[in-house]
Design a binder for this molecule. Structure first.
Ligand SMILES: [Zn+2]
Length: 389
């Protein structure tokens, strides 16, 4: 039972969700045929206008936009940002990715769970604030952003321009409260060999077999790391090598071999820690083999994130979720990275809550419709407690 069903306009939320899923907003950096966020952004802006919420349309680059909705408070008390990304991953292999079909309380389609359900919930919350003539004393910013699935140009732009007292990122959590997530780093390592004719073994040094020595070292480390580095909510740290490229041709000693190493990090781990860890593996091989030469450089870095359970926004959200759902939600951590790290590390306490569903980044994606309505109610209660009079 959800006591907010009377406050949240359920029909509006469901219709909005259907329309959002019908609009292609595939990230064009992931798929060159992707539509980007302009069309879905215009749709969201129109909804905001229709429910009397001030809005801003910000063009970041062609097809890439942020939409900001603002519910202004009457005084300068605590402000809150609620963030959702509008882009989705691609639709390859999906059957009717934009159909928004409903079956057994589930709505299907690309982005339904990640994270158009959350966008519909946020718009439902804003409408409920207006419908019930709620006056706020602190500002509420609804940020609908571009590009979370690639380089997060949307949220990076938001944190340059806006500073609120707290933030909620509405990535899917199955209505549990996520207070931390892993980060990741990608590093490039190159071994150098000595190019020579395949028949002249005394002249050549094979960069590929030298890389093999390092790969064995990485493999040992990759087995140890989930045992040695763990976090109560985010699980284990991990390490693997998703890409390898080496050699010129048959019958030539390889002059160069390059790998990309992916390290998933736990809250508290920093880029320099991981560089030191990888340098340690390189040094260990160098000690054993005088012909081993490797260069290490950082390639991509995304911080891990963690917020205290005692942070005011976490406690407020816990009370709102308990009140709306009639039971206390549990605290969880995510194993993947999210925009919350950018907002949180800009000095804004950030917590994550989103709907129930399945098939994230997979071929059959769906969101549980009731959980979208519940999320809308939880956000409504949170805004009233955190930013109300
Ligand atoms: Zn997402």
């Amino acid at each position: 039972m959800n006591k907010n069903n009377s406050i949240i306009d359920e029909e509006f939320v469901i219709n909005t969700l259907k329309e959002l899923v019908r609009i292609n907003s595939v990230n064009p950096s992931l798929d060159k045929n992707g539509n980007g966020e302009e069309e879905i952004g215009l749709y969201i802006e129109n909804i905001l206008k229709s429910i009397q919420v001030e809005s801003d349309f910000m063009l970041l680059s062609p097809k890439r936009v942020n939409i900001i909705g603002a519910l202004r408070g009457s005084a300068k008390s605590k402000s809150l940002m609620i963030n959702a990304h509008m882009d989705t991953v691609g639709v390859e292999g999906m059957h009717e990715p934009f159909s928004a079909k409903i079956k057994d309380g589930k709505l299907y389609g690309r982005g339904a769970y990640d994270m158009k359900g959350s966008i519909a919930a946020m718009l439902g919350t804003a409408k409920a604030i207006r419908d019930n003539n709620i006056t706020l004393s602190g500002d509420v910013l609804l940020t609908f952003v571009a590009d979370e699935e690639y380089e997060s140009i949307g949220t990076r732009d938001i944190i340059k321009q806006y500073k609120t007292d707290a933030a909620i990122v509405t990535e899917p959590t199955d209505l549990q409260i996520c207070i931390g997530h892993r980060g990741f780093g990608v590093f490039k390592i190159k071994t150098r060999g000595k190019i020579a004719h395949g028949g002249r073994h005394r002249e050549g040094i094979d960069a590929n077999t030298k890389m093999g020595l390092l790969l064995a070292e990485i493999d040992t480390f990759a087995r140890e790391i989930p045992i040695e580095k763990t976090h109560p909510l985010c699980g284990e740290a991990s390490l693997h090598v998703p890409l390898i490229q080496g050699g010129q041709s048959l019958f030539i000693y390889s002059g160069e071999c390059v790998i990309k190493v992916e390290r998933r990090t736990l809250p508290g781990e920093k880029e320099e820690d991981i560089l030191r860890e990888l340098r340690g593996m390189i040094d260990a091989v160098s000690k054993k083999d005088k012909d081993f030469h490797a260069e290490l450089e950082p390639f991509i870095w995304r911080d891990p994130y963690e917020v205290s359970k005692n942070a005011e926004i976490v406690q407020t959200l816990t009370r709102s979720a308990t009140k709306t759902m009639g039971r206390k939600p549990s605290y969880i951590g995510h194993s993947w990275w999210e925009d919350s790290a950018l907002i949180g590390n800009a000095g804004i306490d950030t917590v994550i809550i989103g709907p129930r569903g399945g098939g994230i980044h997979q071929q059959i994606e769906w969101v549980d419709i009731q959980s979208v309505v519940d999320l809308s109610g939880i956000l409504y209660e949170t805004i009233i407690e955190y930013c109300g009079n």
